[in-house]
Design a protein around this ligand. Structure first.
Ligand SMILES: [Zn+2]
Length: 184
């Protein structure tokens, strides 16, 4: 009886650890602003941004960040916290207002209609944490399984005159890791 118990515990522990390593920890934080329902869109791009709360209080508090988004009527599909927690704000099938006036390398200007926006919480002086970088890699890889992704770009790539985010981010190193994961 005790041996059976032990085997069960071992099985459960093994399953949990494998589950944790290849699944994403996504917290539902669906918002009522900053998006437009669109059940008929083709997603071909992922746009990476930076954000933090600069309206007073804890700068990396998800609820304060969302309050700020609400004030501006903007959103993103996902926000990644400093500890790597992924918050989902908008369904991937809907247009999130994250890109603004911008254009893709192929000339597409309505970027919100064909992209998924991901905000990583960083400030003007701090880089993403390793936990955030790993969560971003895993999230983009999972998005690639659901959509045919042509571009993974920074906000500054699609709106170079207006935008500088993501800040303090070694993009070349990140893209290299993304390539390596794809090949594994
Ligand atoms: Zn941005």
């Amino acid at each position: 009886m005790k041996a059976i118990h032990l085997i069960f515990i071992l099985l459960i522990t093994t399953n949990l650890s494998s589950f944790a390593s290849d699944s994403l920890n996504i917290i539902n934080k669906k918002v009522s602003f900053g998006f437009a329902p669109n059940s008929n869109r083709n997603v071909n791009s992922v746009i990476v941004h930076s954000t933090f709360n600069n309206s007073g209080g804890e700068k990396y508090d998800i609820d304060l960040v969302l309050k700020q988004f609400s004030t501006y009527g903007v959103s993103a599909h996902y926000v990644i916290g400093r500890d790597g927690t992924i918050y989902q704000l908008v369904d991937e099938k809907d247009n999130s207002y994250h890109a603004g006036k911008s254009s893709l390398p192929d000339g597409t200007t309505n970027v919100n209609s064909c992209s998924i926006g991901i905000e990583i919480m960083t400030s003007y002086t701090e880089s993403p944490t390793e936990e955030q970088t790993k969560a971003l890699l895993n999230l983009i890889n999972s998005i690639k399984k659901r959509h045919s992704i042509k571009y993974v770009l920074r906000h500054s790539d699609i709106a170079p005159v207006r935008k500088t985010d993501p800040w303090n981010f070694d993009w070349d190193a990140f893209k290299k890791r993304l390539e390596e994961q794809k090949n594994n």
